[in-house]
Design a protein around this ligand. Structure first.
Ligand code: GDG
Length: 494
C-alpha cells in the first residue's frame, strides 16, 4: 500500500537532493547518441518517486554521471519517468572544481567525518568551503526560480546546510521548508571544532521543520544551537528554536524501508537461488553463513568486524570449517585518501584471515565488492544465519532493517551495534555489540550461531513486526502529517 497522498497540491512539492532520482547515460551500443534512463536505485528515491508522480512536483539534483547538458535542454530540465512524464527533474551541472570542493571536499571530508565524531579525519581546506557555499547558492537559486508562494521544499541531507536560509529569505512565509538530515548529529564538543559551525547552524535554521532519525541527534542539535548562537531561543521540550524571528521545529522521524518490497524479493529468492549462490561462491551446503553488507565507509566498522571474526576463529577452533563470512561491500567515494586506505585495510584483513585459517576446501571470508541486484541481495539476507551490523557510528543503518524484513522464515539473528540509530528501535531484540570490544563481539557472534530456533523465531517475529509497521511509507506519512499540522497552525496564527 504505497498510496500516500500527502496534503500537497499539484506542483507544490520541490525535492532537493545531491543524487538524481534517475540517471541518464549514453547508450554506447547505438553509435553513442541515444540515451538510456536508469531507474531509481531504491530507498528514499523509490519512496518519493510515486509521491512526485502523483503531485507533479520538481526534483532538483546534481546532474552527475555520463550525461551532460546536451541530453535535454540547456537548463537540464526533463520530464520523468520517460513513459508518463509525470514530474519535472531539474539537473544542475557542476564544474569539476565545484564537484571537488562541494562534494568530495566539504561534504565528504568535513561534514561527513565531523558529524560522525571523526574530527581527526576532517580536512578544512578553504577552497572546499568556498565551493560548498557556491554550490549551495546555485541550488538555492534553482529552488527560488521554481518555487511558488505555497511550495513545499524538501532538502535532503548534509550537502545543503546553507541553502535553506537563502531560500527562506527569498520566499514568502507561506512557502514551507523542511530538511531531513540522514546522518548523525554530533554533540557540541565535537561540532564546535568546525570553524564554520555558526554558518551551518544558521543555514539549517532557515527551515521550518528539521528532521533527524533519533531523539539524541535532535538534542545534540538543540544543544549546539544553544551553545553557538546567543540570540537563539530554545524550547527543548517542544523541540523548537526561534532565531532571528523565525521558528524551526526539530523532530525525530526514524526512517524505515520498503518492507513489502524486500519481503517479496526475499520470497522470490528460493532454495534454488541459495544453492546456486552457495555453489558459485564455493560455500559448502552445511556451512553457517554470516553476512555483512555495507558501503565501503570507515563509519561502518568493517575492520572491527573482521577483527571479531578473526578472534572467534582464533579462540574457538571448532568453528573453523563450519562458518563462512560473506562481506558485501561496494566501493564508495574512492577519490578520497581515507577511503582508499580503508579499501586496502579491509582487503588486507580479509587476506590475513583467509591465509591464517583457510584450507583447501574452506575459505573463511568471501568478499563480494560489486553491486548486486536487489533480488540477490534479499536472497542473501534471507538465507544468511547471522547478520553483523557493526557501525562505529551510523545515522540509522537501513541494512539492519532490510535483513529483518527479508527474514521470511524467521530464523536469522541480527547482531547490531549500539552506535547505529537503528539500535533505538531494534536493540532490545537484536544482540547488541560495541564494535570496539573485540572479545565481547566474538562472544556475541558465537551466541548468535548457537541460539536455539525458538529464541531466534521469537526475536525475529518481534523485529519484523516493528520494521514492517514503521516502514518507509509510515516515515513519509509522519513527516507530511507534521508539515500539515505546522502549516495549519501557521495559517491560524496569521
Ligand atoms: C545514509 C546514512 C542512513 C548496498 N549495497 C548494495 C545495496 N546497498 C544498499 C542497501 C541499503 C543502502 O545501500 C545503504 O543504506 P544504509 O542506511 O545502510 O547506509 P548509508 O549509505 O550510509 O546511508 C545511514 C541512510 O542514509 C538513510 O537515511 O540509514 O545511517 O549513513 O539500502 O541495501 N543495494 C543493492 N545492491 C548492493 O550491492 N541492491
Amino acid at each position: 500500500d504505497d498510496g500516500i497522498v500527502p496534503a500537497v497540491d499539484d506542483g507544490e512539492l520541490i525535492v532537493v537532493s545531491n543524487r538524481q532520482p534517475y540517471t541518464h547515460s549514453y547508450d554506447h551500443g547505438d553509435g553513442g547518441r541515444s540515451i538510456t534512463v536508469n531507474r531509481p536505485a531504491g530507498g528514499l528515491t523509490a519512496g518519493l518517486d510515486p509521491v512526485m508522480q502523483e503531485t507533479d512536483g520538481t526534483w532538483i539534483a546534481w546532474g552527475d554521471g555520463e550525461a551532460d547538458a546536451d541530453v535535454t535542454d540547456d537548463n537540464g530540465t526533463v520530464r520523468m519517468p520517460p513513459e508518463s512524464e509525470a514530474y519535472t527533474l531539474k539537473r544542475l551541472w557542476l564544474t569539476d572544481e565545484e564537484v571537488e570542493g562541494y562534494y568530495y571536499g566539504y561534504s565528504n571530508r568535513v561534514l561527513w567525518p565531523l558529524c560522525h565524531g571523526g574530527t581527526m579525519k576532517t580536512d578544512y581546506v578553504e577552497r572546499y568551503w568556498q565551493r560548498y557555499q557556491q554550490v549551495n547558492e546555485t541550488f538555492a537559486d534553482a529552488v527560488v526560480e521554481t518555487a511558488g508562494a505555497d511550495s513545499l521544499i524538501w532538502f535532503q541531507d548534509y550537502h545543503f546546510t546553507l541553502a535553506p536560509r537563502w531560500v527562506r529569505d527569498s520566499l514568502p512565509d507561506s512557502a514551507f521548508l523542511t530538511h531531513f538530515w540522514h546522518i548523525t548529529w554530533p554533540g557540541w564538543d565535537t561540532f564546535r571544532a568546525c570553524p564554520q559551525h555558526e554558518q551551518l547552524l544558521e543555514g539549517l535554521l532557515g527551515n521550518d521543520l528539521l528532521g533527524f532519525h533519533v531523539e539524541r541527534y535532535c538534542r545534540n542539535f538543540l544543544d549546539c544551537v544553544d551553545e553557538a548562537l546567543d540570540d537563539a531561543f530554545i524550547d527543548p521540550e517542544g523541540g523548537r528554536v526561534n532565531y532571528e524571528g523565525h521558528t524551526t521545529v526539530v523532530k525525530a522521524f526514524p526512517m524505515g524501508i520498503d518492507a513489502d518490497s524486500i519481503r517479496e524479493h526475499a520470497e522470490a529468492a528460493d532454495d534454488d537461488f541459495w544453492r546456486e549462490f552457495q555453489s558459485s561462491h564455493g560455500i559448502d551446503a552445511e556451512t553457517s553463513v554470516i553476512v555483512g553488507v555495507d558501503r565501503l565507509d570507515y563509519t561502518k566498522g568493517i575492520v572491527e568486524r573482521l577483527d571479531a571474526l578473526e578472534r572467534l576463529l582464533e579462540t574457538r577452533p571448532e568453528y573453523r570449517g563450519e562458518v563462512c563470512y560473506v562481506q558485501k561491500a561496494n566501493e564508495s567515494r574512492s577519490l578520497i585518501p581515507d577511503y582508499q586506505d580503508l579499501q586496502t585495510e579491509v582487503q588486507e584483513s580479509i587476506d590475513r584471515i583467509n591465509e591464517r585459517f583457510g584450507t583447501d576446501d574452506w575459505q573463511p571470508v568471501i568478499y563480494i565488492n560489486e553491486f548486486i541486484p536487489q533480488r540477490e541481495l534479499c536472497g542473501l539476507y534471507r538465507y544468511a544465519d547471522v547478520m553483523l551490523v557493526s557501525a562505529v557510528r551510523d545515522g540509522m543503518n537501513l541494512v539492519s532493517k532490510e535483513y529483518v524484513a527479508a527474514q521470511v522464515d524467521d530464523d536469522g539473528v541480527l547482531v547490531l551495534s549500539d552506535q547505529a540509530g537503528a539500535h533505538e528501535e531494534l536493540g532490545d531484540r537484536a544482540l547488541t555489540i560495541n564494535p570496539y570490544d573485540t572479545d565481547a563481539f566474538a562472544d556475541t557472534i558465537e551466541r548468535a550461531l548457537t541460539m536455539d530456533g525458538e529464541e531466534r523465531a521469537e526475536r525475529m517475529v518481534a523485529l519484523r513486526e516493528r520494521v514492517e509497521s514503521n516502514d518507509l511509507y509510515a516515515w513519509m506519512e509522519g513527516i507530511f502529517d507534521t508539515i500539515d499540522e505546522l502549516r495549519a497552525k501557521d495559517a491560524d496564527d496569521d
